[in-house]
Ligand binder design. Structure first.
Ligand SMILES: Cc1cc2nc3c(=O)[nH]c(=O)nc-3n(C[C@H](O)[C@H](O)[C@H](O)COP(=O)(O)O)c2cc1C
Length: 278
C-alpha cells in the first residue's frame, strides 16, 4: 500500500485531519483507513491455519460484561453453501468465496451456564438480544481488520437475515442463537476503490447531538461521492415510482432503497428463537 494515512483519509472524506507525526506510515491505521469490501476472489485457498489465526484474533474483541455472546459458523459443506446461494441469488459470489462464515449472536451459552451453576437467568428482555448482536458485530469487525491485515478481502452479508429461519435451521442454530451477518472471505480478485463516507461533521457531535447542517453536508457528500463512484442512470432504483433523477446521488439512492420494506419478519424470527424483545 503506497498511500500515506492522510492520503487514504482524503480519498475517504475529501479531506484529512492533520495526522499526528509518526502515524502517517502506521501499517495498522493505514490498513483500517484503506478498508474496502471485496466480492470477487482469486482462485487461491485460505489455509486452515490462517483462518484459525484470524478467528483467534477476532474473538479477542471486547465483549459486553465479558459474557462472550457470539459464535461463528464456518460453512464448509457444499450443499449448505449452495443453499445460501439458492436463497440469495443476487449475491452468487457467496458461492465463489473460498471461505464463508456466519457471525451469530449467542445468548444460549449464558442461559446454559445459569442452569449448570444454579442462579436463574433474569434477563429475558431486549437488552440480551442487543448485547449478543453487538458482541457478534464487534467480533466480525475484528475479523475483518485481521483478514485485511493479512492481505485478504471480505464482504459482510446481512442478506442471510432475509431467510433467517431456513438458514438458521440448516445451520442447526438452537434457541437464543441467531445470525447477525455472513462474511465472504478470500484473496481479493480485483482492485476496488475506496468508498467515500459522509464527512465527520455529519457523524461526530461535540457534547450535544446537532444535525442542523445535514442538508448542506449531504449535498457535499453526494457530489463528492458521485465524482468517484457515480451511479449509472440505468441503476436508479424504481424509476417507475420515483422518476429518473437528473442528479442521482447517494442520498437519493438510499432514500429509495429504504422505501421498500425489508426483513419486516426479523422480529418474529427473533421471538421464535426464544427472545423476548420487550
Ligand atoms: C452489517 C453489514 C451487512 C452487509 N451486508 C451486505 C450484503 O448483504 N451484501 C453486500 O453486497 N454487501 C453488504 N455489506 C457491505 C456494504 O455494502 C459495504 O460495507 C458498503 O457498501 C461500504 O463499502 P466498503 O465496505 O467497501 O467501504 C454489508 C456491510 C455490513 C457492515
Amino acid at each position: 500500500m503506497a498511500e500515506t494515512l492522510s492520503e487514504l483519509l482524503r480519498e475517504r472524506y475529501g479531506r484529512s485531519p492533520s495526522v499526528p507525526e509518526g502515524l502517517e506510515s502506521s501499517p495498522e491505521l493505514r490498513a483500517i483507513a484503506a478498508h474496502r469490501s471485496h466480492r470477487r476472489f482469486a482462485d487461491r485457498p485460505v489455509p486452515d491455519a490462517l483462518l484459525d489465526t484470524l478467528l483467534a484474533c477476532a474473538f479477542a474483541a471486547p465483549s459486553k460484561s465479558d459474557l462472550q455472546q457470539s459464535c461463528v459458523i464456518d460453512v464448509r459443506e457444499p450443499s449448505l453453501r449452495a443453499l445460501f446461494v439458492e436463497l440469495i441469488p443476487s449475491m452468487a459470489w457467496i458461492g465463489e468465496a473460498p471461505v464463508f462464515l456466519v457471525f451469530c449472536g449467542e445468548n444460549r451459552r449464558i442461559r446454559r451456564i445459569c442452569e449448570m451453576r444454579g442462579p436463574a437467568f433474569a434477563n429475558d428482555h431486549l437488552d440480551s438480544f442487543f448485547n449478543a448482536s453487538v458482541d457478534a458485530a464487534l467480533v466480525m469487525m475484528s475479523f475483518i481488520h485481521a483478514a485485511e491485515a493479512a492481505g485478504l478481502g471480505c464482504c459482510p452479508v446481512s442478506a442471510v437475515r432475509i431467510h433467517a429461519r431456513r438458514l438458521s435451521d440448516a445451520m442447526g442454530l438452537p434457541a437464543h442463537v441467531f445470525p447477525v451477518a455472513g462474511l465472504a472471505l478470500g484473496y481479493p480478485g480485483q482492485a476496488r476503490k475506496i468508498t467515500p463516507r459522509l464527512g465527520l461533521a455529519a457523524s461526530v457531535h461535540r457534547d450535544r447531538y446537532d444535525d442542523s447542517r445535514l442538508p448542506e453536508l449531504l449535498d457535499e457528500y453526494d457530489r463528492r461521492r458521485d465524482a468517484v463512484l457515480p451511479l449509472a442512470p440505468d441503476k436508479q432504483r424504481r424509476p417507475d415510482q420515483f422518476g429518473v433523477a437528473a442528479f442521482y446521488g447517494w442520498s437519493e439512492d438510499k432514500a429509495r432503497q429504504v422505501a421498500v420494506r425489508e426483513r419486516g419478519d426479523f422480529g418474529a424470527f427473533a421471538r421464535d428463537q426464544g427472545f423476548s424483545l420487550d
